[in-house]
Design a protein around this ligand. Structure first.
Ligand code: NAD
Length: 341
């Protein structure tokens, strides 16, 4: 029996609960530190568990054994701890988990591209980290959204292949960890052992969120509400596609300079340009592979995803204003986790 603790309560936790809860030899518990979320989730989950409709053609139902906001109740039994959360919450969670984690635990983040290894070392301490297995997935395995809170979730697109950085205790193989993680996320995406945490953090695909948001809002009147939430990925214009590509060019330039400075011992080969990231994750679901702009416009895996909005009541009825507090604008700030700023 593998006892898995999921930290969080959003889209990703819904999918993971469903998938892991459905496995006969796994037990899944949820820890949420977001005020009120554990109670809300516990009250919402039906007897049959959370339903996950996915793009692989099968619906999966999985139920958590326990949902709590109290680390003492759910952490000590855990063999595997997964944080599937915006990165600005990692430090908060690790601080609460710290005193209850078993030595030798497998602990990681999906996605873990915002310096998860640094925050883990900072909060849990070098000795604990060295005696445990720390892992980080390059991204979330799916594009997913809750359909009905606590009850059902939809996987819009399952990635085909993603990288996983795994740091087991010295002298131990990472293979069994890779196999366990593969079992937990399902047949796809195929998890490929990736080179190092730095490569993963530098190629953080979350650069797409601020870039697409800027590309969209740059010439809009932000005092006027929208009639409908505008489409996010499939709505990019050509200039935004080019900007995204240029942001990624800069990241690849950082890779080039680092390799020039440290020609031996630094393996950043898993860093990819956004163009190659899209092809790696979603090649079968992209219609026109000419460039980043056409790939996003024609990506089936991103269909229907909209700019984050909040409802507003107007004399003409319900309309929508940008939600600048959404994680698209607040994520990726790994330096604030590490320095406590
Ligand atoms: P989500 O927005 O659904 O989940 C947010 C959760 O984070 C909340 O339910 C809450 O538990 C927690 N949280 C938020 N603010 C908090 C705070 N101030 N204090 C404590 N907890 C707080 O996120 P998600 O869609 O499940 O995504 C999880 C991660 O995966 C994010 O980093 C996201 O960028 C990434 N990701 C998501 C998708 C996707 O399709 N959903 C795709 C790729 C990557």
């Amino acid at each position: 029996m593998v006892r898995v603790l999921l930290c969080g309560g959003g889209n990703a936790i819904h999918v993971l609960t469903s998938y892991i809860g459905a496995l006969p030899d796994c037990e899944v518990c949820i820890l949420s530190l977001f005020p009120g979320e554990a109670d809300n989730l516990r009250n919402a989950v039906p007897d049959e568990g959370i339903k996950c409709q996915n793009d692989l053609g099968n619906d999966v139902y999985g139920k958590p054994l326990q949902i709590s906001n109290d680390p003492a109740a759910v952490v000590p039994r855990s063999d595997v701890v997964i944080l599937a959360l915006p990165s600005f919450t990692h430090e908060l969670y690790l601080n609460k988990l710290k005193q209850y984690l078993r030595p030798g635990v497998m602990i990681g983040s999906m996605p873990g591209q915002s310096g998860f290894d640094l925050v883990a070392r900072h909060v849990l301490g070098g000795d604990f980290v060295q005696a445990s297995t720390v892992f980080a997935l390059e991204t979330l395995p799916w594009a997913c959204r809750i359909v009905e809170y606590g009850k059902s979730v939809q996987v819009l697109g399952t990635k085909k292949e993603i990288g996983a950085v795994i740091a087991p205790p010295e002298g131990q193989s990472l293979e069994p960890v890779l196999q366990t993680l593969q079992k937990l996320v399902g047949r796809l995406p195929e998890l490929k052992a990736s080179t190092n945490f730095l490569a993963l953090t530098l190629m953080n695909p979350n650069t797409v969120h601020p870039t697409i948001s800027y590309g969209f809002y740059r010439d809009k009147d932000l005092t006027k509400p929208f009639d409908e939430p505008p489409v996010f990925y499939q709505g990019v214009d050509e200039r935004t596609g080019q900007m995204l590509s240029k942001v990624s060019d800069e990241v690849m330039e950082v890779q080039r300079v680092l390799l020039e400075r440290y020609p031996t011992g630094l393996d950043l080969s898993s860093m990819l340009h956004i163009r190659d990231v899209l092809l790696r994750y979603y090649s079968d679901e992209i219609g026109d592979k000419t460039n980043v702009y056409t790939m996003l416009r024609t990506s089936h895996a991103h269909r229907g995803l909209t700019h984050p909005m909040v409802d507003v009541e107007t004399p003409e009825g319900k309309k929508y204003m940008p939600n600048f507090n959404y994680r698209y604008f607040t994520e990726g700030e790994w330096w604030s986790c590490v320095s406590g700023q």
